[in-house]
Ligand binder design. Structure first.
Ligand code: H79
Length: 456
């Protein structure tokens, strides 16, 4: 899956450089090779997704109706016409928005990057876009450039700033706007349900907006596209867009939804080399086993991406910590979502979970950041991660017996509880198994980590 093959990239770039009609500033940033370019992202493991827009005012409710699923789909699910919906951007005034506080919360949770919805399917842009009036400066009373404030706060606090951009646009007349209110996601693979003007939207609106985001807000870690499924959008556009982005910011990472390679909600490409994009994007699911290519699972804490007070079905902090470990043990990244409300606040339930994850990563981060997939199958009691000559055993179900059974091939040089490096645990290897003597009580209430230095 990993990226389009190098030869293809080079070929594509060459073609685009010759045929390119758009003028753009060439970056003088040193161009990294793909492994160097992906390095910070691969090591980061844990990022924050932020879904924020005019839908954050609505909270998924209209009269007696409650939108099923994600509340960021309010415009579609609650049957707003374009005209009716515009009143929400017109009242978007989240004066409690504090970019520095948001970034601090991400950082304290142990997250290394932030991906914010610069524009979701509703079409409302959270920055000062020059190609649109449907943005936070021109349309909303807020008149503050959210992307500017957040990107600057990220830079200041050493977090990678990244943005999400939806290819789907329910507001733009040359995109899905013309189909409203008859737009229907089930038509996504019906080639007759397209807007013939979509290529104009792509060229004169979408690309210029993406360019603004890549030009005016400093270094961008990741560009995270979505809405790739619509039949209006083609693989030619995807490949063109990928090159366009890398031309403006050569070291930016782009998800696989930039092209048409994604096969479903499992988010992976079936045909490596045929589609643009640097990593796969499983949505609301974690693959059963490790995958030998770059991927990132994105997930909500309750069931909605956008703010939705009626959804109180929150995953526990323990579950979220175990999901992080599970993902890292399979070689992926975890992009965990927050849906701030229309005032600019993170839900208290989300903050509590961020805090719990921060407490855990603070103590056990060594076994997460920069770690790679487990070389062994899932043990019954939890997961393994690996880094250099060290194996980490993440114990979800602490044994009551005082002994932990490790995979028989593990050659223990020294084992300790990660948070207690002074107490060396005894190990016993037989031909059938390796057994560690561990404390009777679990060292950590959620996931206890044992650090095992390997005797190669
Ligand atoms: O922003 C959040 C959601 O609003 C957005 N993605 C996350 C990150 C999202 N939009 N739509 N969906 C999620 C669900 C769409 C599922 C489907 Fe399909 C699109 C079903 C059919 C078309 C993708 C492509 C899955 C199968 C084919």
């Amino acid at each position: 899956m990993k990226i389009i093959k190098k030869s293809l990239v080079v070929g594509l770039l060459a073609v685009l450089q010759v045929t390119s009609s758009f003028a753009q500033e060439k970056s003088d940033v040193k161009k990294l090779d793909d492994d160097q370019r992906m390095e910070w992202w691969r090591d980061s493991k844990f990022g924050m997704f932020i879904h924020w827009g005019a839908y954050s005012i609505i909270g998924g409710e209209r009269g007696t109706q409650i939108a099923g699923g994600g509340a960021e789909w309010a415009m579609d699910k609650l049957d707003y016409t374009i005209e009716d919906y515009e009143k929400f951007p017109e009242m978007f005034n989240p004066t409690m928005f504090d970019a520095d506080a948001w970034v601090t919360m991400a950082k304290n949770a142990g997250m290394k990057y932030i991906v914010i919805t610069a524009k979701h399917h509703e079409g409302f842009a959270l920055w000062d876009s020059k190609v649109s009036d449907y943005d936070v400066i021109d349309k909303a009373p807020f008149k503050r450039d959210v992307i500017k404030e957040l990107s600057e706060a990220c830079k200041k606090q050493g977090i990678k700033f990244c943005f999400y951009y939806s290819i789907v646009d329910w507001h733009h007349p040359q995109a899905q706007g013309n189909l409203y209110p008859n737009y229907n996601i089930s038509q996504h693979d019906d080639p007759t349900v397209v807007n013939p003007k979509f290529p104009k939207y792509y060229k004169n609106y979408m690309k210029p907006q993406v360019k603004e985001l890549l030009t005016n807000y400093g270094d961008v870690g990741v560009v995270w596209f979505d809405g790739d499924w619509i039949s209006d959008y083609t693989t030619e556009m995807g490949k063109d867009l990928y090159s366009y982005i890398r031309d403006i910011q050569p070291n930016t990472i782009v998800n696989n939804r930039v092209d048409k390679g994604r096969t479903g909600m499992d988010g992976m490409n079936n045909n490596p080399g045929q589609f643009a994009g640097d990593f796969g994007t499983p949505e609301q699911e974690i693959p059963d086993t490790g995958i030998d290519s770059d991927w990132e699972a994105c997930m909500t804490m309750n069931g909605s991406w956008g703010y939705k007070p009626s959804d109180t079905d929150w995953k526990s902090s323990e579950d979220l910590i175990q999901k992080l470990v599970d993902i890292v043990s399979k070689g992926g990244n975890f992009l965990l979502n927050i849906g701030p409300d229309g005032f600019g606040r993170f839900p208290s339930e989300s903050i509590r979970r961020l805090n719990a994850m921060g407490e855990w990563t603070q103590k056990n981060g060594e076994a997460i950041y920069g770690a790679s997939a487990s070389p062994y199958a899932k043990p019954k009691w939890g997961r393994y991660t690996k880094k250099d000559g060290v194996l980490y055993a993440h114990v979800f179900d602490w044994p009551e017996t005082g002994t932990l059974k490790l995979h028989k091939d593990i050659k223990v040089k020294k084992a300790t509880v990660l948070t207690d490096s002074k107490t060396v645990l005894k190990s016993l290897a037989t031909s059938r198994e390796v057994v560690l003597e561990v404390p009777m009580l679990a060292p950590d209430a959620t996931v206890s980590v044992i650090k095992i230095e390997l005797a190669n």
